[in-house]
Design a binder for this molecule. Structure first.
Ligand SMILES: [Zn+2]
Length: 304
């Protein structure tokens, strides 16, 4: 049985696994992401050797989803706002030292978008915008039934569209990006600013407090939701997509974030365009990236 391996590097965890031809997971696991690039490459090598030992089947290709903008021509991550050790690192030579089968690299959110498109909530659509909201905001775009990479590979960075011109400095170099306004750290910042305290707390705890009716917690989500709505209306007016899929840990907050977002989308996008776009939750959870990366490798291999 032909199998495909996928790796998805996030700020906190490296997720990996094997899938079959239909995108079904044969096995998957995760480990903490190392901070240093040398440790990361060493870890990838160890995992790869383990996968081969564990699975005697025919692993045809490997897909990698890395955070940051990936240059198609140079085959490297040019700039990774949340994993700067990847910046300009020569990934292909390092990986080809130990991976004997064809492998492909791309941006992590593009891979997750591709996973949702192929075997998640995006199946069957021709156009879609995928957003994952966690410690950062990743996104990927499907247009005319294909992953849209742009001229050099940098497309789909809705997370770094400006939604608040006076907002905070973003790791990408700009300010007031969708990422700086709606990601988990910002929800915590909103909450602390509103309750005028700076005690350490997680976005998950802010969510729990919102559920109990904590006014500052509800407002923290509502403010982030406002900016999410601004971002989504840009996507709707620009692309008139069939679907927008929202995933990532912050989306667990559900209507606390979504209601204010939709209120804003209604005000800011063409109603006709809004009406023909379905906004839904992504369905593959944190496995979208590794499934998508493996399927991307499979699809690209079949086109060679
Ligand atoms: Zn940014």
């Amino acid at each position: 049985m032909p199998l495909y391996s996928g790796f998805d590097l996030g700020g906190t965890h490296l997720k990996y696994g094997l899938i079959d031809e239909g995108g079904r997971i044969v096995f998957d696991a995760r480990v903490k992401s190392p901070v240093k690039i040398g440790e990361l490459i060493h870890l990838l090598e160890t995992i790869w050797q383990d996968i081969k030992k564990r699975e005697k089947g025919d692993i045809r290709a490997v897909g990698f989803g890395f955070p940051g903008i990936f240059n198609l021509e140079e085959q490297k991550i040019i700039q990774s706002p949340n994993y700067p050790e990847l910046d300009n690192f020569a990934l292909t030579p390092a990986l080809s030292r130990f991976i004997e089968v064809p492998f492909l690299i791309n941006n992590d959110a593009n891979m997750a978008a591709f996973g949702e498109f192929k075997c998640g909530a995006g199946q069957g659509v021709q156009s879609m915008v995928f957003l994952t909201i966690g410690t950062g905001v990743g996104s990927g775009i499907i247009l005319d039934g294909k992953l849209w990479l742009g001229k050099c590979g940098f497309a789909g960075e809705l997370g770094h569209a400006t939604v608040n011109p006076d907002g905070e400095r973003c790791n990408c170099g700009s300010k007031g990006c969708l990422e700086t306004e709606v990601s988990a750290p910002k929800i915590v910042k909103n909450y602390n600013a509103l309750r005028k305290k700076s005690k350490e707390i997680t976005a998950e705890e802010v969510f729990q407090r919102a559920k109990k009716g904590d006014k500052a917690a509800l407002q923290a989500f509502s403010l982030a939701g406002f900016y999410l709505g601004v971002g989504l209306s840009i996507a709707i007016n620009l692309l008139n997509p069939e679907k927008i899929l929202l995933g990532g840990a912050v989306m667990e907050a559900g209507d606390f974030l979504l209601s204010p977002a939709l209120e804003e989308v209604l005000k800011r996008s063409y109603k006709a365009s809004f009406k023909c776009c379905r906004i839904e939750k992504a369905s593959l959870g944190n496995k979208a990236g590794l499934i998508g990366a493996a399927l991307w490798a499979k699809e690209q291999l079949s086109q060679i």
